[in-house]
Design a protein around this ligand. Structure first.
Ligand code: 8X3
Length: 253
């Protein structure tokens, strides 16, 4: 009897948590469809994992027409998506709101919110039909505001609340939805945020022993492989060396 493989659709598979998730799910016997802008990196995934296991789609996730075309054109072996992992997203800038670049805000909203809801809406009928699952990558920034987090935190709060809203809408349909909310994970996240400042990234993570992309990928796999009657609504993770600060209080005079 041929084994029925489950298929995961992982956005943003070219680096960091997304790439680690592609490897983790492939190693666990899943088929994986993954998206990303950098075709050379996607080709390396195919070389490493094989075209029977991974199917890559090179386009910008913000490009709705390209997304619709890619999903409509999935080959038969990869067309039945059981699990959507909305991983693609980014932070841009650490400036206070009164100095931040509007273009950065727009890019974060377009990627972290608009593209995420678009791919979700496009894949949702199939996921409902298969009683599948969705894992959305939010952040501790959804819950805990910090200076310079402004729109980034806002987009991640959207992701958390959208995940919970999906749970409400999909009530009784057997679809699981989880919002995973990590704190500090050392990936390209901070070099992207700072426009390529490796020293800033090294300083931020130095001595922290931050979480790794593989930690979060293993968590995603664990969530996905829970029994079907069990839904993890939200899951917040931090490295041991990250916790909380008190309120900031400004004093006049
Ligand atoms: C980012 C989380 O803690 O690195 O999503 O700002 S943190």
């Amino acid at each position: 009897m041929t084994e029925t493989k489950r298929t995961a659709f992982i956005t943003g598979g070219t680096a960091g948590i997304g790439a680690a998730a592609v490897h983790a799910f492939a190693a666990a016997g899943w088929r994986v469809v993954t998206t990303g802008r950098r075709a050379d990196r996607l080709d390396k995934l195919t070389e490493a994992l094989g075209a029977d296991t991974v199917h890559t789609l090179a386009f910008d996730i913000r490009d709705k027409a390209a997304l619709e075309k890619a999903i409509a054109g999935l080959p038969a072996d990869f067309a039945d998506i059981d699990l959507l992992i909305n991983n693609a997203g980014l932070a841009l800038g650490t400036s206070p709101a009164n100095e931040a670049k509007l273009d950065d805000w727009q890019t974060m909203i377009d990627t972290n919110i608009t593209a995420l809801v678009t791919v979700t809406r496009l894949l949702l009928p199939g996921i409902v039909a298969r009683k599948g699952a969705i894992i959305n990558l939010s952040s501790v920034a959804a819950t805990y505001p910090y200076a310079g987090g402004n729109v980034y935190g806002g987009t991640k709060a959207f992701v958390r609340q959208f995940s919970l809203g999906l749970r409400a809408d999909l009530h009784g349909k057997g679809v699981r939805v989880t919002s995973i909310e990590p704190g500090m994970v050392e990936t390209e996240f901070t070099t992207v945020r700072t426009g390529g400042d490796q020293a800033a990234s090294d300083k931020l993570y130095g001595g922290v022993n931050p979480m790794t992309a593989e930690d979060i990928a293993a968590t995603m796999l664990w969530v996905a492989e829970q029994p079907k009657h069990l839904n993890i609504n939200t899951l917040e993770l931090m490295p041991v060396n990250q916790s909380f600060a008190g309120f900031a209080v400004a004093r006049e005079g």
